[in-house]
Ligand binder design. Structure first.
Ligand SMILES: [Zn+2]
Length: 70
């Protein structure tokens, strides 16, 4: 990963473990440093935020009519 001079991300792939089931997810960050994907195994929605050079955040949303495992 790298930052542009203005601190924004361009065409960077992010990978992280699904917070619900642990499957490895990959997605491409947009220019705001966010990536949204749906886990193919448990169908929860995961949103990845690159907040700074040293700070990442992942939000996890359960599928409709279902709960999270943790
Ligand atoms: Zn999952």
């Amino acid at each position: 990963m790298y930052d542009t001079p203005k601190g924004t991300c361009v065409n960077i792939n992010a990978s992280w473990h699904c917070l619900n089931c642990g499957k490895i997810l990959t997605a491409t960050l947009n220019e705001q440093g966010k990536a949204k994907t749906v886990c193919p195994l448990c169908h929860s929605e995961q949103i990845y935020h690159k907040l700074s050079r040293t700070h990442r955040r992942v939000d996890s949303y359960a599928p409709k009519n279902n709960g999270l495992n943790y």
